[in-house]
Design a protein around this ligand. Structure first.
Ligand code: FES
Ligand code: FES
Length: 126
């Protein structure tokens, strides 16, 4: 199976790898795992007081497609509201990266990571 050029680019030059201090109240953290393969993805969003995502970072322990999917979403979510970011679907990611069917769950991991981070943010609003 050949990876697409976009997957290889994100895999070799991942954007926004790292993390933020999870005790910072502007940081939302989404941590998800893929039961199918055991891969784990952590996505953190820095959200301003208007609900706009200022910055994003990720750490993914997984395959090239999972790393590429998370790298891509850190780029996509910046500047979006949390509601806009929540509409990013795994099909958008899979299409952009030209993922083959066996790697679709890697893009689902990235979608789930966004949703988990947004849920974390909402759970901490009073
Ligand atoms: Fe887990 Fe992809 S199967 S690395
Ligand atoms: Fe499991 Fe990519 S996340 S193979």
């Amino acid at each position: 199976m050949a990876y697409s050029e976009k997957v290889i680019d994100h895999y070799e030059n991942p954007r926004n790898v790292g993390g933020f201090d999870k005790n910072d109240p502007s940081i939302a953290t989404g941590m998800v795992g893929a039961p199918a393969c055991g891969d784990v993805m952590k996505l953190q969003l820095k959200i301003d007081k208007n609900g706009i995502i200022e910055d994003a970072k990720f750490k993914t322990y997984g395959c090239g497609s999972a790393i590429a999917s998370s790298s891509l979403v850190t780029e996509w979510v910046k500047g979006k509201s949390i509601d806009e970011a929540s509409t990013i679907s795994n099909m958008d990611i899979a299409e952009e990266l030209a993922l083959p069917p066996v790697k679709i769950h890697c893009s689902i991991l990235a979608e789930d990571a966004i949703k988990a981070a947004v849920a974390d943010y909402k759970s901490r609003q009073v």
